[in-house]
Design a protein around this ligand. Structure first.
Ligand SMILES: [Zn+2]
Length: 296
């Protein structure tokens, strides 16, 4: 194996969810030479971002919830600063991961899901880069990039994990978990997964014409889906049993390999999707050149 050299810039980014920093030591995740840095944006400082490089890929890595553990809960993440910073660095495609709960009983804990649609049930999150302008009236027929989705699904199955190709992710405000009645309501809307992080990330990425897709690892059944006693002092207070915890850990251990495969497959592949021209209607009217300049 020859020596792998880092390039100066990358067009791919990985946004890491829970346990991001536990996983970074994995070889398939690549190496990093520089200290992380935060970027100053019109929306405040971004989360720390650093460049990684490996065999056949370079990418920026950003952790939503902090550098060491779970320091920033989902409603406290500065999504606009993070997405703006990645665009400023030249990123064209973002893959994120998250660990939502399963509303759909078929998406059992430990299984991967690459969602195809989103329901926004957040309440207090700025989700628009273009406040005070007429910009941003854009279609959401595919809220996730179809090309990144396809690469994510094939990377999961290539590495021997089970993957549901498609699912509806309902994003709640948090940090509290959902009530049983809320989960029943989300199920009646067609929701398969419930989590707290993909909104407004996915919508903001589209406003800045970046591709975005998510790899979700079903972590527990959502409240009321199965009867579970309250267990004091545990993560999710008893919503996961021991067998589910083991399955989740096994899949989590496979995540760096999955991301490595994904990054190699997508690196250098041309974008054939429509994500990069989402704002062309405004360009044609002469109202916009670079969405980054219009963001405020
Ligand atoms: Zn795309």
């Amino acid at each position: 194996m020859g020596k792998i050299k880092s390039r100066k810039k990358a067009t791919l980014a990985v946004i890491g969810g829970s346990r991001a920093y536990d996983l970074l030591g994995a070889r398939s995740f690549g190496k990093t030479g520089k200290k992380p840095r935060t970027l100053k944006t019109p929306f405040g400082r971004s989360a720390p971002v650093r460049m990684f490089y490996g065999e056949g890929f370079d990418y920026y890595f950003m952790s939503r919830h902090g550098e060491k553990g779970y320091e920033v809960s989902a409603p406290g993440v500065n999504y606009r600063a993070n997405v703006w910073a990645l665009k400023k660095l030249g990123v064209e495609r973002i893959i994120s991961w998250s660990g939502p709960g399963a509303i759909n009983r078929a998406m059992t804990p430990g299984m991967f899901v690459v969602p195809h649609d989103l329901i926004d049930a957040t309440k207090n999150r700025p989700s628009n880069f273009f406040e005070g302008t007429g910009l941003g009236f854009i279609r959401m027929s595919d809220p996730f990039c179809p090309e990144l989705r396809a690469a994510a699904v094939s990377s999961i199955t290539t590495n021997g994990s089970i993957c549901h190709n498609g699912g509806v992710y309902v994003c709640t405000e948090g940090p509290r978990l959902e009530t049983p009645a809320e989960i029943r309501a989300f199920a009646s809307w067609g929701g398969d997964l419930v989590g707290m992080t993909l909104v407004p990330e996915a919508f903001l990425a589209r406003q800045l014409e970046m591709c975005y897709a998510a790899i979700c690892l079903s972590t527990n059944f959502a409240e009321g889906v199965l009867p579970r006693n309250f267990k004091e002092g545990e993560l999710f207070e008893g919503m996961m049993n021991e067998a589910e915890k083991e399955k989740v850990e096994w899949s989590l251990a496979n995540l760096p390999a999955i991301l490595g495969t994904f990054l190699r497959r997508i690196s250098g592949a041309k974008r054939g999707c429509k994500c990069g021209v989402a704002m062309n209607r405004y360009r044609k009217k002469g109202l916009l050149k670079n969405p980054l300049d219009a963001a405020r």
